[in-house]
Ligand binder design. Sequence first.
Ligand code: THU
Length: 130
Amino acid sequence: MSLKETAAQVRLNAYAPYSGFRVGAAIRGASGAVYAGCNVENVAYPEGTCAEAGAIAAMVAAGETVLTEVYVIADSPEPVPPCGGCRQKLAEFGTGEVPVTLATVQGAETVTRIADLLPGAFGAAHMPRG
Ligand code: THU
């Protein structure tokens, strides 16, 4: 399945009873394998997790720590942009050049890249003794 199909499919499993906003994410690991994630909300609202976080967790659980491509989809008027926290999470596992496709279920797509989503990112190099 393509990243787009995977993201659209997993979005249907999103657990979003509070926002009603279902999001699907698919990422490709360096091996070529595709990992899926959806948002999982909680009655204690801050405990909810984003679709991107779920896909990253699936990738790491499978033993991969490098991602090469990202696709995020939601039923939004404009292609859905990842939240700030997810931008930092994506930057942890992908270079600035990694393409990130933002999409709507209606078929609109915007392609950007991690460096453009998170300019001036905090990274390991900022912690010389870390
Ligand atoms: N959400 C995501 O899963 N990914 C995004 O990129 C944007 C927001 C989720 C979090 C929450 O469950 C719902 O969308 C509304 O914010």
